[in-house]
Design a protein around this ligand. Structure first.
Ligand SMILES: [Zn+2]
Length: 69
């Protein structure tokens, strides 16, 4: 008999923080941009004239509970 047993334990490879940090910052900026367009792109805080962006994200705005109308 063999003493070898199968142990399917996968050890995840560590990812250095220096490799994750730029992607984390990029994802954070995209998230902030999305939150701005969904939550605050209206009226006095509007960067883009007209209601195009507001109407485009209107359903998401209501879905996430931002005040609208
Ligand atoms: Zn609305």
């Amino acid at each position: 008999m063999s003493d070898t047993t199968f142990s399917p334990v996968a050890v995840p490879a560590p990812i250095p923080v220096g490799q994750i940090l730029p992607w984390a910052i990029f994802a954070g900026l995209l998230a902030l941009l999305a939150i701005y367009f969904v939550g605050a792109e209206e009226g006095a805080t509007s960067l883009i004239r007209g209601m195009y962006v507001h109407e485009f994200v209107h359903d998401g705005r209501h879905l996430l509970g931002f005040p609208c109308h």
